[in-house]
Ligand binder design. Sequence first.
Ligand code: MSP
Length: 490
Amino acid sequence: MVKGNFFISTAIDYTSGKPHIGHLYEKVCTDAIARWNRLRGNKVHFSTGVDTHGLKIQRNAEKKNKTPKKFVEELTKDFKKLCETYNITYDDFISTEDDRHKKIAQELFQKLYDNEQIYLSNYEGLYCVDCETYYMDKDLKDGKCKIHDKKCEKVKEQSYFFKLASYEKDLLEHLNQDFSVLPKKRKNEIINRIKEGLNDLSVSRRNVDWGIKVPFDDNHTIFVWIEALMNYISTLDGIKSKKFKDFWPGVHVIGKDIFWHHTVIWYSILKALKLPLPKTVLVHGFVNISGEKMSKSKGITIDPLVLNKKYGADGVRYFLLREMPFGDDGDFSENSLKNRINNELANDLGNLLSRTISMILKYFDGKAPNGKKDENIVNQLNETFKKSDKLMDNFEIDKTLAEVWSFINYCNKYVNDQKPWEKEKKEDIIYNLYESLKCISILLSPFIPETSEKIACQLGLKKCGSFKELKFDNVKAKVVKGEMLFHKLE
Ligand code: MSP
């Protein structure tokens, strides 16, 4: 269990179009990890935000007849709204248009130049505007980028270069450490790619205006990926700040398409700046839609705000966190979402709560009874917490939820086996159910926070507690018959 300060970030999303379910997935995973760490008693800095510069955004703004500034301001609001709608508890929302970021990105770029890590030369090669990434012929399929299936553009211009090739040994050394990249299979992938050899990286653009100026040459803007990565330092107020001392390094949560940038490029820049490398780059898979890769042009996309109206924040959060095997690709379909809501949220969890509350109302006039602890349940709870906490150390979110669910179903079996309604003395059984539900609400709060609060409220508690409260106590609460947690869907 990690103790102390904990910094975690999502990638910053391109404000080139509206947020989609892939963006949401990353935020929900990161939020769950951040919340779990807060419950542990850690001080957390959780950053998310938007990546507003570069050619793709400049062109999309032109297509809509808007200035890039106006275009990104509008989309930034959509990304903030997404966070609000899904209860994403970020501590900082950073935009690369923020002055604080521009200042820090320029300072860091200058430092790289002063450290003789950047030099002026000419670039000639291929560029995927959608990835905002340079590629070599060998990286492409029929001249097209493998991620976007689009032809790359030829770029020939004067450019500043970063001495990336000189970091091969440092990179491999760092990658050998245990937690550097998770899941482990990703690490092997990157090691093999590094061993194919590295080239110096073009880090400025002469013909892209929509960006941050190179501080020592007005004719160039900083390559969008370089300044975007620097957001992880801007969010901590720069390398001289107290926040940076307190929180750096942290965990970067990102998708599989950008882990080259977050390992090879970001690690080398940090090395060049003589800063510690991230604790972990945590790589998640892609959300596909009913078996197909998301694609706006083919209409294979899902608006998370529409989903929220139909299924609620927690229904969608639960589905994404439970269904996607963390680190691998997973599939989104409304049918599987409904099944999970009906079977797990409405039946397993919802019924356990409503049965317990009903019995307390019927047999004890609403006042939760005190009773004798059932050692089996207490042991089961302790075991569940121990395993879950270990799983969360490795960021295995779906497995953690499965673990908590086996405890929920243990409680369901307990009530079915014990049949308190048939017994003269009911308080021991009901006491154990009440306390179990209190602990379940705590364990579930990082994943389905609104539901956890509702459970706590029906149990007559002021709020859902932290891991310190994860134990069986003396009960004094008066329960409240509330609404059903989840309604069954057709
Ligand atoms: N702006 C860059 C990141 C810079 S971080 C210094 C970027 N933006 S993005 O909007 O294209 O993607 C943001 C995040 O969403 C990335 O981590 C990306 O992997 C993730 N996803 C984009 N599509 C996704 C899915 N279909 N499924 C899951 N996550 C996906 O890349």
